[in-house]
Design a protein around this ligand. Structure first.
Ligand code: HEC
Ligand code: HEC
Length: 442
């Protein structure tokens, strides 16, 4: 991604969006007032939208401070609170130097960005994407949102081993965390990389018969019957047309804005010089040892752990699918074929249990013990996890001490970004909307 193009774009878009921002609440109101028509098949006795969100400043203290009425739209489903707008462009522009610099000692993250030229992240697009991501309308029976299986506080993953879809069915794999998806340069998504791009990926769960069971044409009609989507699509794409290609672009923009860069690990870079982290005073000695183990001891006589050969760069994303020796033979779930699976970013890993595509490990110590002593001699096992990195070598055995294993876990914990996990710009805009979509976590 060309930085100067980005900056120019950001300036232009900020200008455009800030014009839109000041009037966006009004837009929503105008639309809701004008769109009282298509209410035929909704539940009766629905209170039409009362957008009180922007009247806080000038309203009299007449309302009792009791429970606010459920915020329901004309279709009987939750109404988002759009009174606060967020600056996704500024958030992305504020990425620290160890992400943006081409000299980064951990590899250049920016050059791994998979943002396509025809879908850069802008504020109006990401704002629409956020609403879509949290909207139960995207499922056939309006019970499940993307966020039902990708929960912010859990690094946009799901604490359940397998997630529950709209009809009670279970997914075949563990839900994936979404932080730093933008830095996955091979572009492919899902554990088996079956989606060629993020734009392709985001429409797949909507149509998946287990996950959301929705037909895209029906979805376009359903969204057009709300009071607020026409205005959001206009802000993002210039007119009211609600088409799946735009749904895809907006969702992809929102996910690409989910860059995690404020963990303890990042603080160490911030106090270092250039792109060299300085862990002094930031990391404990244990965490420093863990970091060394993760990145390998150059010149150490012992086998390097070399986690970083697959979990790369300071964004901790990866280059391609790998076989990390979970099983001796390819199981029923072949992944991308031959037991190869995507290497997920390890950002926010500590809050994303259970681990691996099938959620087989319940905590990070189990993961570390697996790499330490449990790697299996699968025929496709990566050389990086074989002795001497030889394609014919036996699976590596690290023989770590308990202290070293604990240090590795401690290091992985430093990748948790509490700011990101609680950032309102990635949070549920429907949350105060009465019935929410986030109660059913397991
Ligand atoms: C019922 C649970 C469920 C719902 C709903 C759901 N997902 Fe997922 N998501 C998953 C699971 C499980 C996977 C991994 C599936 C696989 O690899 O086969 C996944 C994978 C992904 C990935 C791939 C991440 C990567 O790094 O490759 C993205 C992106 C994603 N989901 C976004 C979304 C979006 C956007 C929505 C809403 C339109 C959504 N998901 C709805 C469960 C869900
Ligand atoms: C050969 C490449 C490779 C190396 C080296 C490697 N990993 Fe992995 N890692 C993977 C792959 C591939 C997966 C996903 C496997 C799956 O689910 O089938 C994974 C998954 C993980 C996960 C779980 C991620 C999640 O979202 O569930 C953790 C944690 C992890 N690795 C940590 C480490 C640590 C620590 C090391 C060093 C001891 C390491 N890895 C070395 C390839 C590698």
């Amino acid at each position: 991604m060309n930085a100067s193009v980005l900056v120019t774009l950001a300036i232009v878009l900020t200008a455009v969006v800030s014009c839109g921002d000041s009037s966006s609440d009004d837009d929503v109101n105008v639309v809701s007032a004008a769109a009282d028509t298509d209410v035929s098949d909704t539940t009766s006795d629905i209170v039409l939208p009362v957008d009180d969100s922007d009247s806080a400043g000038d309203s009299q203290p007449a309302d009792p401070p009791a429970e606010p009425p459920p915020r329901v739209d004309q279709d009987g489903l939750p109404l988002p609170n759009l009174s606060v707008s967020f600056d996704y462009e500024a958030y992305l522009n504020a990425q620290p130097e160890h992400y943006t610099s081409i000299d980064s000692s951990f590899g250049n993250v920016t050059s791994q960005d998979n943002t396509p030229f025809d879908n850069p992240v802008d504020n109006a697009g990401a704002t629409l994407g956020r609403v879509l991501f949290y909207d139960v309308r995207l499922s056939a029976n309006s019970t499940i949102a993307c966020a039902s299986c990708h929960t912010q506080q859990f690094g946009f993953s799901d604490p359940a081993t397998f997630s529950t879809g709209f009809n009670g069915g279970k997914t075949g794999r563990h839900s994936m965390g979404l932080s730093n998806a933008t830095f996955y340069s091979p572009q492919h998504f899902f554990w088996d990389e079956r989606a060629d791009t993020l734009e392709d990926q985001v429409l797949m769960p909507i149509q998946d018969p287990v996950e959301m069971g929705m037909n895209l044409l029906d979805l376009e009609v359903k969204l057009a019957q709300t009071s607020f989507y026409p205005a959001l699509f206009t802000a993002a794409f210039g007119d009211e047309a609600i088409i799946s290609a735009r749904i895809s672009k907006a969702l992809a923009q929102f996910i690409r804005s989910m860059v995690s860069y404020q963990s303890k690990y990042d603080v160490a870079f911030a106090q270092g010089t250039g792109n060299d982290p300085d862990f002094t005073g930031v990391f404990t000695e244990q965490e420093q040892l863990g970091h060394q183990l993760f990145s390998g001891f150059p010149g150490d006589i012992r086998d390097s752990l070399g986690c970083i050969t697959c979990h790369q760069t300071s964004a901790h994303t990866a280059d391609a699918v790998h076989n990390n020796g979970l099983d001796a033979n390819t199981s029923a779930d072949e992944g991308a074929g031959g037991g190869f699976f995507k290497v997920p970013s390890l950002r926010n890993i500590a809050v994303r249990a259970p681990y691996m595509h099938d959620g087989r490990f319940t905590n990070l110590m189990e993961v570390v013990e697996f790499y330490n002593s449990g790697v299996q001699a699968h025929p496709n096992l990566s050389p990086a996890l074989r002795r001497n990195n030889s394609p014919s070598g036996s699976p590596i055995r690290f023989n770590l001490t308990l202290q070293e294993k604990e240090a590795l876990v401690a290091f992985l914990n430093t990748l948790t970004d509490e700011v990101f996990l609680a950032n309102p710009m990635f949070a549920d805009p429907f949350l105060k909307a009465g019935p929410t979509n986030l109660q059913g976590e397991e």
